[in-house]
Design a protein around this ligand. Sequence first.
Ligand SMILES: Cc1cc2nc3c(=O)[nH]c(=O)nc-3n(C[C@H](O)[C@H](O)[C@H](O)COP(=O)(O)OP(=O)(O)OC[C@H]3O[C@@H](n4cnc5c(N)ncnc54)[C@H](O)[C@@H]3O)c2cc1C
Length: 372
Amino acid sequence: MRHRIAVVGGGPAGLTFARVLRRHDCPVTVFERDPAPDARPPGGTLDLQERLGQLALEKAGLLAEFEALSRPEGQAMRILDADGTVLRDWLPRPDERANPEIDRGRLRDLLLGTLDVRWGRAVTRVVPGTDEGAVVHFADGRQEAFDLVVGADGAWSRVRPAVSPVTPHYTGVTSVETALDDVDTRHPDLARLIGDGSMAVYGANRALVAQRNSGGHVKVYAQFRAPLDWHTHLDRADAEAVRSALLALFDGWAAPVRELLRRGGTFVHRPLHVLPVSHTWPHVSGVTLLGDAAHLMPPLGAGANLAMLEGAELAESIAAGPDDLDEAVRAFEERMWERAGRWARITTAGLERLVSPDPAAALALFDEVQPS
Ligand SMILES: Cc1cc2nc3c(=O)[nH]c(=O)nc-3n(C[C@H](O)[C@H](O)[C@H](O)COP(=O)(O)OP(=O)(O)OC[C@H]3O[C@@H](n4cnc5c(N)ncnc54)[C@H](O)[C@@H]3O)c2cc1C
């Protein structure tokens, strides 16, 4: 039996789901709000773990291509204190493949391949349980019915209200992102400071993280505890005003570290929101969620990994038990909730320690998780 299956969202969750379904010869329709794959900057770098994101790529038949595109050297991690003293300088072994980095844009292109995505199709809501099935409503006024609608539409999911009334809440930590280009030629001093992978500087209730992407591009994240409205006196479109505000927040930090903020281009404001740890819902026939739509958590290296593995596992569950779609989804949801709940607890505790009144807490966390 051929089911009518739709996935809303062409991020890591939705694309992996579609790729694995297609590998099992199951048709699926992907709806994405962006008008085109390159409609907005793809974002920074992602580390994909062996037993999560890489396993998902294996299920999609894309692991060898990932290995060719990823950057194992990007696993390097350097930790400094606010005075600029290097506290840890971890380099991966040449054969280390536990968490190689990949640019988000490269991962998206790898997952897209020849998938047929319906671009520019923003979903406004999904109504389950009608005579036609679950009905998807679009911003342009159109509607389409499916046997299963999978919400993989991220933090502010429009599918989620069909299964759960819960919405994300603010963690108390804000991240402001900036970037440097051609760092090796234009900013060789900062290239040396950062190293081959990531560099993190921890102070009281503040952190500054710089991550290499390919092609000499570096993303810098200033993270700090602040009320959600900390910026109300600022014009966030005025890069110089934001830069001054950030330099004031990181006042007293070592000059080379502050240079990351001085030389960054534009600034993007990202207050960190999360869903409650262990977010679940009573099963709703015809609709489910994947990835951030189901379990938005602090960005500590798990979200995309979980999103991709869930996409792959839901697809496999559907392909393995095609007669009872509902049962396949139900079995998948139990598995997703258990694993996502575990990671939500880990990342929530992690954020508390990384942006903490005591910078030693961040260093201790690094020592616990980093292979020596
Ligand atoms: C700074 C930062 C660094 C991170 N680093 C890592 C990392 O190293 N490793 C890791 O595992 N995770 C990381 N994460 C988390 C990771 O980015 C997310 O968990 C992951 O992108 C979730 O994937 P997703 O497919 O569920 O959602 P998303 O990536 O948010 O994709 C959702 C898609 O749905 C589309 N969409 C949204 N609304 C609609 C709509 N109404 N109709 C149609 N389409 C819609 C969006 O345009 C988007 O394409 C990081 C996050 C941040 C912010």
